[in-house]
Design a protein around this ligand. Structure first.
Ligand code: 3PG
Length: 215
């Protein structure tokens, strides 16, 4: 799968909802009800970080929830990409990008949302054929001013800012012309997951799903 086709698949996912929840799941029993809660709230595209021991099993369990499109975050290596594919993940998100990761995602047909935080990183990925990039870590790497500044020289790049975005700041990010959707953990914070507060998470998802985007 070429990077251009990967971008096409990622763009379709990004257009399903304005917010992609970033999920840290450390108890497999939380996976299915969490996915149901988020889908019920109007957020079907879910990023499960590979930072916990049960992340791959969680992806497999969540992928069975009707309507859910489940991918993996913190995908760093070719080995990670292979494990995500085997678990039934439908896309991969990385904080950056390497040649090895790009080659693995291309070989396995796993759409990649690669990360960039500078003009040079974005240029390398554009040259490789990726047009939708994760802007990470969004607030720390320059915030909205940085993305506004990148738009002039790189109008062909669209971004998914992630890292430090909150319920309060998400709307402003979504108004930037080069933002297709935003990622963040605020929709399903660890404490609410641990408490099994699925109704509370659905309520947060509903608010996030109602955020408007610049079209
Ligand atoms: C992450 O890797 O955890 C994401 O960037 C989410 O960041 P956030 O917790 O600041 O939303």
């Amino acid at each position: 799968m070429t990077p251009a086709l990967q971008t096409h698949a990622i763009l379709s996912l990004c257009r399903l909802a304005p917010v992609m929840p970033v999920l840290v799941i450390d108890d497999l029993r939380h996976a299915e009800p969490l996915a149901r809660a988020l889908v019920a709230g109007g957020l079907p595209v879910l990023e499960v970080t590979l930072r916990t021991g049960c992340a791959l099993d969680a992806i497999a369990a969540m992928a069975r929830v009707p309507g859910a499109r489940v991918g993996a975050g913190t995908v760093l290596t070719a080995h990670d990409a292979a494990r995500v594919r085997a678990a039934g993940g439908t896309f991969a998100v990385s904080p950056g990008a390497t040649h090895g990761l790009i080659a693995a995602c291309s070989a396995q047909g796993l759409p990649l949302l690669p990360g960039a935080a500078t003009a040079s990183e974005a240029m390398v990925l554009l040259e490789a054929g990726y047009r939708v990039l994760k802007f990470f870590p969004a607030e720390a790497a320059g915030g909205q001013a940085m993305l506004r500044a990148l738009r002039a020289p790189l109008p062909q790049a669209d971004f998914v800012p992630t890292g430090g975005i909150t319920e309060d700041s998400a709307a402003d990010w979504l108004h930037l012309q080069n933002v297709v959707c935003v990622g963040g953990s605020w929709v399903a914070p660890a404490a609410m997951i641990r408490a099994g507060d699925w109704d509370g998470i659905t309520a947060r998802a509903r608010k996030a799903a109602a955020l408007a985007r610049e079209d």
